[in-house]
Design a binder for this molecule. Sequence first.
Ligand SMILES: [Zn+2]
Length: 256
Amino acid sequence: MIELSEATQIGLRCAADIIRGSRRAVVLTGAGISTPSGIPDFRSPDGGLWTQCDPFEVASLTSFRHNPANFYQWMRGLASIILEAQPNPAHFSLTALQQLGYLQTIITQNIDNLHQRAGSQNVLEVHGSFETMTCTGCYQSVKARDYVEAYLKRGELPYCPECGEVLKPDLVLMGEQLPAKIWLQAMQASKSCDLMIVAGSSLEVLPVAGLPMRALENGARLILINYSNTYLDVRADVVFHEDVAGIFPLIVEQVT
Ligand SMILES: [Zn+2]
């Protein structure tokens, strides 16, 4: 049981009031909601996998095309962690809020599928997903798991069963466009919500970091839960600089 300061307790009550008063709430989640599940923040400039090498040399679209073997070697650690990871209390709290009717859409920067595995619906994966792969030759889409497991176990690079070209995981690499349709849905949800809750994102990766601003411009309330400061702390109704997996269940408890 975590020790709660008085400020945190007031924040919890305030957040719960705002959630109960909302009609079209949207949550935006980032790496911080998955770090309690053991998944490193692989986009973070000061942590995660990118410190081990220059991301522009392996995790960009150009380098994937030139040297997929190098990319898969880089991705090996992340892939095995994601395959093993389980949703944590923050993921389940979002599912609970959705089931209670307080939450419509989850926009996530994560590629780990943990929201869906916790039972959440209507998840917009703006940085793509690790669940599927697309052929670089014929653009056929396949389920990723069998291919990733074969690679992890036997080092077999994933190739398309139809045309034999290499398969690329559907996560958005550096230099790659966000998936257009999902991005438009995320923009629309942000503009039309009356509450945005940011959970575990430092709001540093553009263009996703701009979504809460779209919500604010259209009169939405804002609740921020993140370890470190964000550029929107000053604009938020409630800010928690805490562990998302610790705080979110407490918020849901207050709401119900
Ligand atoms: Zn193919």
